[in-house]
Design a protein around this ligand. Structure first.
Ligand SMILES: Nc1ncnc2c1ncn2[C@@H]1O[C@H](COP(=O)(O)OP(=O)(O)OP(=O)(O)O)[C@@H](O)[C@H]1O
Length: 233
């Protein structure tokens, strides 16, 4: 089977200009391939670079070196050094990113926030609304909240809305930053079931999770991204 992502020699450093130009070597020569339908968990102590890796893979950070190739519309596309419009094209239909926090848009209702990615892909409005409602119900968001803007919602409610929004469409590759972090056991089970359904539909996932239940339920393998202390130059 063809991989969905190929990472070779990936490294990322931060230079702290305000602090005597100190350089942090956070990611050092990472290599991995990600296949459709598999979930790889990122492991490593706090501060080892797990979030940095997700952000680098999503094109938010420019790596110091290496290559990130992603299968997009049938061809492998190099993300390192790609034009912003190429990165945006990948983000529209190939590469999904599920952060821990919902980016709240003022005055847009919860139902519309969840439907938006489906509408952007051209799904008819009634079908998008039906899917959004089913996801919100499954994630135990009370129906009385659906027409409200989520800015005043609790942290866990906002996280579930972000999950619903991310799983309403199919992503060939998904990057998940602690998708179950603020959730109770009942909602965590729903998120794990959504992850497993996405895998069954062929999505490849890279996830950060500190929780053993998530590990057991969805992980096919783990990547320890920084077995040693980072070097400070
Ligand atoms: N934008 C940035 N500028 C400078 N240094 C950064 C930046 N982002 C992260 N770092 C540093 O890079 C290292 C890795 O941070 P990162 O957030 O990726 O770790 P993590 O493994 O996700 O940690 P945790 O498990 O605690 O969330 C840390 O030492 C952090 O201080």
């Amino acid at each position: 089977m063809n991989s969905i992502m190929q990472v070779r020699g990936l490294s990322k450093t931060f230079r702290l200009h305000q602090q005597r130009g100190i350089v942090l070597d956070v990611l050092r020569a990472l290599d991995f391939d990600l296949m459709p339908g598999e979930c790889m968990l990122l492991q490593g102590r706090s501060g080892s670079g797990k979030s940095t890796l997700l952000r680098t893979l999503y094109g938010n950070y420019l790596p110091a070196g290496g290559s990130i190739r992603v299968r997009h519309l049938g061809a492998m596309v190099e993300m390192v050094g790609a034009e912003p419009r190429q990165i945006m094209a990948l983000r529209r239909s190939t590469l999904g990113y599920v952060s821990q926090f919902l980016r709240v848009i003022p005055r847009v209702s919860c139902l519309n926030v969840v439907m938006e990615p489906a509408l952007a892909r051209g799904m008819p409005r009634d079908l998008a609304e039906e899917r959004a409602a089913a996801l919100l119900a499954r994630l135990h968001i009370p129906e009385r909240l659906w027409q409200l803007a989520p800015s005043t919602f609790s942290g866990g409610e906002q996280q579930r809305i972000n999950i619903a929004r991310s799983f309403i469409v199919h992503w060939p590759a998904m990057l998940l930053d602690e998708p179950t972090a603020s959730l109770d056991a009942k909602n965590r089970e729903v998120v794990l079931a959504l992850i497993n359904s996405a895998k069954a539909a062929g999505s490849a996932l890279i996830a950060i999770s500190h929780d053993d239940a998530t590990h057991r339920a969805v992980a096919d393998r783990c990547l320890d991204i920084a077995p040693e202390e980072p070097a400070h130059a």
